[in-house]
Design a protein around this ligand. Structure first.
Ligand SMILES: *Cc1c(COP(=O)(O)O)cnc(C)c1O
Length: 215
């Protein structure tokens, strides 16, 4: 697979779903990929990338930003409250807002700095112990709480359980977003992005299908 192959599959899935051409953003997930592969995708003109660790992103993206304009960086992995300030420096969007303590820390730093990345709230649709995110039953209250903090909540994010049909989880996330008037849906990875697009994904996070297996 390559960026061009994935872009073609994304376009086909958008058109099969009867959605408008620019309704889905492809985030190329570059975590744990060699820099040469990331640079190749940058040279092809792609600008939207995802990383799941603040520290790893901080080690490679400042240099890429010097070499390429308009890089749009997304944090898709867990964020500790004490790394929020660094995350504000690096990322335009944070997809992993998963608990009140983190929302409060983001609000505090946003007030201090006068700006805030776009935010997606993570929902643990599979109610898995080991996975981050608020439980589906707590999602409405968490969304309201983040709105009370004046946070720029753009949508919801989920990572379905590996052994379950992902479309059920995508549908659940879409339902929670719709009843809360949230337009953004960050869902779909290498193995299931077409199904996510069919269910209304606005942001898909695709790593290995673009870059190959990770180190
Ligand atoms: C790694 C990761 C992805 C990309 O996974 P692939 O299977 O390589 O496409 C997407 N979302 C999150 C949250 C990830 O951590």
């Amino acid at each position: 697979m390559s960026l061009a192959d994935i872009t073609a599959r994304v376009d086909a899935a958008i058109s099969a779903a009867g959605r408008s051409p620019d309704s889905v953003s492809l985030i190329a997930v570059s975590k744990m990929q060699p820099n040469a592969r990331v640079e190749a995708v940058l040279r092809e003109g792609h600008r939207s990338f995802g990383e799941n660790r603040v520290q790893e992103a901080g080690g490679k993206w400042p240099e890429f930003r010097e070499a390429f304009d308009n890089i749009d960086l997304h944090l898709i992995g867990p964020l500790q409250s004490n790394k929020v300030r660094q995350a504000f420096d690096l990322f335009q969007t944070i997809h992993s807002v998963d608990r009140p303590k983190l929302a409060n820390a983001i609000a505090r730093i946003a007030d201090e700095l006068g700006h805030c990345p776009d935010l997606f709230l993570q929902v643990n649709t599979g109610e898995e112990d080991q996975k981050a995110g608020v439980m589906p039953a707590d999602a409405d209250a968490f969304i309201a709480q983040c709105r009370d903090l004046n946070l720029p909540v753009k949508g919801l994010m989920c990572i379905p359980p590996v052994d379950e049909e992902p479309s059920l989880h995508f549908a659940l996330l879409a339902k929670i977003a719709a009843r809360n008037d949230l337009a953004g849906l960050s869902m779909g990875m290498s193995g299931d992005f077409e199904s996510a697009i069919a269910q209304g994904a606005t942001h898909i996070r695709v790593g290995s299908a673009i870059f190959g297996d990770r180190d």
